[in-house]
Design a protein around this ligand. Structure first.
Ligand SMILES: [Ca+2]
Length: 179
């Protein structure tokens, strides 16, 4: 009888998938409620037609009231805004249509004072074609030449021989929005 009980217990543990409660505590990003903000179309604090840092700062109490614990800001670095701000020309400054770097710091500090985490949508894998690195790389300048991956045009020979208009080597679509 004793061995039968042990056998039944082993079968139950094996086939009934008795689960052991997880002992790990979830990290903040695993259980946060995240509110994505596209700064350009969020609140415009100065009436120039574009959302900005001060507008976001003004709405933080509203965001907290929603139960949000983190905000995610889409890219707000210096950019010609030809690709929603994902086309960055300067990673060391903010896009001035959103305000100043101090305005951003104020937004950050105010968010933290309300226990809101701030996620910056950082885009390290590509830049604007107007970024100085891209321009130097396109000219094949030393050091910068391999900062980007380059591929010849589909009609490269025609371009070289007859100065033909280059045909892009892929089927990527450029999606331009607003402004
Ligand atoms: Ca504005």
């Amino acid at each position: 009888m004793y061995w039968a009980c042990i056998l039944i217990t082993c079968i139950q543990l094996t086939y009934c998938k008795v689960l052991v409660p997880p002992t790990t505590v979830l990290d903040w990003w695993q259980n946060s409620i995240v509110y994505e903000i596209f700064p350009l179309s969020f609140k415009d604090s100065n009436g120039d037609g574009s959302g900005d840092f001060k507008g976001i700062t003004e709405k933080l109490d509203y965001i907290v009231d929603l139960g949000v614990t983190a905000i995610w800001l889409t890219p707000f670095f210096e950019s010609p805004l030809e690709s929603g701000g994902y086309d960055i020309t300067n990673y060391l400054d903010v896009q001035h249509v959103f305000g100043t770097l101090d305005d951003f710091k104020d937004l950050l500090n105010t968010a933290h004072s309300k226990n809101l985490k701030v996620i910056m949508d950082f885009v390290p894998n590509h830049t604007s074609d107007k970024h100085i690195w891209f321009e130097k790389s396109a000219k094949n300048e030393t050091v910068y030449a391999d900062y980007y991956i380059w591929k010849d045009a589909k009609n490269q020979e025609e371009v070289i021989k007859n100065n033909a208009t280059p045909i892009v080597p892929n089927n990527w679509v450029i999606l331009k929005i607003y402004l």
